[in-house]
Design a protein around this ligand. Structure first.
Ligand SMILES: [Zn+2]
Length: 198
């Protein structure tokens, strides 16, 4: 099933549950409905990046033994990045879908690593995948990102990290339908900075 179809059915399911609750569960407390929708939201996140939006990577599926040019202590990273970017970049977390300002940004410029400023993706290769995260069909240069087999969460995926600092950016998938490379670099917007084209 294509990504757009999966998202479509997730939304259909959400609508159905809402109507069901309104019709048959009038006595139910409002927080129950909120909980149901929140759970469906998490399920939606799983469809696109294949992992919970709130679960940090506590796995052993990724083996990255490379030493990166930029080295900092965990405390230095936390200070530099702030809580959410630290969770994603350094703890290999996933941001909630449809929350990044970059997901719907189409200005010309360059997307850089929030951890070290390395140039990663050009706006020219950005496309609307409808998955809730900024998506690109290729990196600026193969030396800028490192691709690592990722067997975490019982899936076979390819993780994308910044080659400058080792920061987790997202994953690359073979479902960049209609794109020149056929690839979709599904990137957490919070991992990125943006330098507008002068
Ligand atoms: Zn970096």
């Amino acid at each position: 099933m294509k990504m757009a179809e999966k998202i479509h059915w997730a939304r259909e399911l959400t609508t159905f549950v809402k109507h069901f609750c309104c019709k048959y569960m009038k006595q139910v407390k409002p927080w129950t409905l909120t909980l149901v929708i929140a759970l469906l939201g998490v399920q939606g996140a799983c469809v696109s990046q294949g992992t919970s939006s709130t679960t940090e990577a506590q796995d052993t599926g990724r083996k990255d033994t490379m030493t990166y040019k930029i080295q900092k202590t965990e405390e230095e990273w936390r200070q530099l990045l702030g809580d959410e970017a630290y969770r994603v970049l350094r703890l290999k977390g996933t941001e909630r879908p449809f929350t990044s300002e970059f997901e719907t940004q189409w200005e010309a410029g360059t997307y850089v690593c929030k951890g070290c400023g390395q140039e990663l993706f050009s706006s020219e290769t950005k496309f609307d995948a409808g998955c809730g995260w900024p998506s690109f069909y290729q990196s600026m240069d193969k030396s800028k990102v490192k691709e690592i087999p990722d067997l975490s969460h019982g899936m076979n995926r390819v993780e994308v990290v910044c080659s400058g600092c080792g920061g987790h950016l997202g994953h690359v998938f073979n479902d960049g339908y209609g794109q020149p490379t056929g690839l979709r670099y599904c990137i957490n917007g919070v991992s990125l900075g943006f330098v507008k084209k002068p």
